[in-house]
Design a protein around this ligand. Structure first.
Ligand code: GLU
Ligand code: MG
Length: 457
């Protein structure tokens, strides 16, 4: 983050230009809810430098907003929301308002070890000099209005890639795209997805931290534009029983100097049948090795496991393969004309209930662990695992993945590598917050559980 005087002055100019009254200082919590406090235009300059105070215990809160009894997280103690001026965007659906994404820092301005955005920065700094490029594919369900327990009305019943689905949602999708452009978020593609009411708009890939910030804004704007029209957009993995799942596939590649010193995609190797370098294969193997624990961070809610089922194209099988939509790790076929640049790997076991900074940071740590240990991912899976028998799955080395958040959190706590990179504060907080959600949701009627996710996400 370059929170320099020059950057802060640029934000002040943008605030005047965009006629902004309130600037939100936002962060994303362990439940992946975007929260924050706002400052007025007149106090912006000083608060960009000092930050805004926040009770430490907010990072111990779960989906029901209650702080969990984690040692060191009680009524005492503050941190600061310190904004990254480069993340400034106006909020077109909320005229007069703008926002910046923040790091949580100590009152002395030092990085705080419970800050998710700092976790991603640390993962990037520990990636042996590689630059990480990333992109997300967040799917969402458009509803006619705010969902209620047992009552979620879809906005459209269009089919997958349905031309008429484009028409039905045209006014919304064009307004959304223009709002994103006003935020300097570059939309690449849009389509009505497989499920009724399901849509997907993708942004161009970017350096990892920027890609995650962009995704956070995209999600907020997608929901905000819908809400301003009396509609509702939800990124919940499964907002209503029986719907197709909403994934948030994470794509990444590692970049660095090539043989002639120019920056190139180090995941690409044109001589390989899949176009993948040895570096990419080691990285994939690291992801596979840590996948059970990783799912607690990438498919991070009770609701996630309604989606993470065979046949949902959600990557419910611990395997990797070229354009294999049932494998957790899909290798997308490369784009003609930009083969090397478009080489990347996709983690499908990722959804929008995951804190994206923690999810991508953990993916980078896991992949880099595979690189350092020179792990081998084995042969790619070219068959559809949902159609293989248990025996065949075993023969292909397909690993079982957690089937519930509880199993995932257990797996995370068993993964000493992931626990150690999380650091002392996050490794204490994260499982406690998730176990509180598991307990609280078990006590709810099932309809409330779906509705809660449909509303919060
Ligand atoms: N909706 C699927 C999921 O839950 C993904 C479909 C696709 O391949 O885009 O991940
Ligand atoms: Mg999709």
């Amino acid at each position: 983050m370059v929170n320099s005087a020059a950057r802060r002055a640029e934000v002040e100019q943008a605030v005047a230009r965009d006629d902004i009254e309130l600037v939100r200082f936002l962060w994303v919590d362990h439940s992946s809810v975007t929260r924050g406090k706002a400052v007025s235009r007149s106090s912006l300059a000083s608060r960009m430098e000092s930050g805004v105070g926040l009770a430490r215990t907010r990072q111990a809160a779960g989906l029901l907003d209650l702080g969990q009894p984690v040692p060191g997280f009680d009524a005492v103690g503050e941190v600061r929301l310190l904004p990254d001026p480069e993340s400034y965007v106006p909020l077109p659906h909320a005229p007069g308002s703008a926002g910046m994404l923040c790091d949580l820092v100590t009152v002395d301005g030092e990085p705080w070890d419970a800050c998710p955005r700092t976790f991603l920065k640390e993962a990037l700094a520990a990636a042996d000099g590689y630059h990480v490029s990333a992109a997300f594919e967040p799917e969402f369900t458009l509803c006619a209005g705010q969902p209620r327990p047992g009552a979620l009305e879809l906005f459209d019943d269009s089919l997958c890639f349905d031309n008429e689905g484009f028409d039905v949602a045209n006014s919304y999708s064009i307004e959304l795209l223009r709002a994103l452009r006003a935020q300097k978020l570059e939309v690449e593609t849009y389509h009505p997805e497989f499920g009724h009411g399901q849509h997907e708009m993708t942004l161009r890939h970017a350096p990892a931290l920027r890609a995650v910030d962009n995704y956070v804004w995209q999600r907020a704007t997608t929901r905000g534009v819908a809400r301003a029209r009396g509609m509702w957009a939800t990124f919940a993995p499964v907002p209503r029983p029986g719907l197709r799942g909403n994934g948030n596939h994470a794509h990444l590649s590692l970049w660095g100097p090539g043989p002639d010193g120019r920056t190139v995609n180090l995941f690409a190797d044109d001589s390989d049948p899949l176009g993948l370098s040895a570096l990419a294969r080691h990285f994939i193997a690291g992801l596979l090795d840590h996948l059970p624990g990783l799912t607690a961070l990438t498919t991070a809610s009770v609701n996630s496991y309604h989606r993470l089922q065979p046949g949902m194209w959600a990557g419910a099988f611990g395997a990797w393969g070229p354009d294999n939509r049932e494998a957790a790790i899909r290798i997308p076929s490369r784009l003609r004309g930009s083969e090397a640049a478009s080489t990347n790997i996709e983690l499908k076991t990722c959804d929008s209930t995951a804190n994206p900074y923690l999810a991508l940071g953990a993916m980078i740590h896991a992949g880099m662990d595979g690189v350092r240990r020179r792990l081998d991912p084995g042969a790619p899976l070219t068959a559809d695992p949902a159609r293989l028998s248990d025996d065949e799955l075993r023969r292909h080395g397909v690993r079982a993945l957690p089937r519930s958040l509880e199993e995932a959190v257990d797996a995370l706590e068993r993964d000493e590598f992931l626990m150690s990179v999380l650091g002392p504060a996050r490794r204490a907080l994260y499982p406690s917050v998730k176990r509180a959600d598991i307990r609280d949701l078990k006590a709810m009627p099932e309809a409330d559980d779906y509705a809660l996710h449909a509303i919060r996400y």
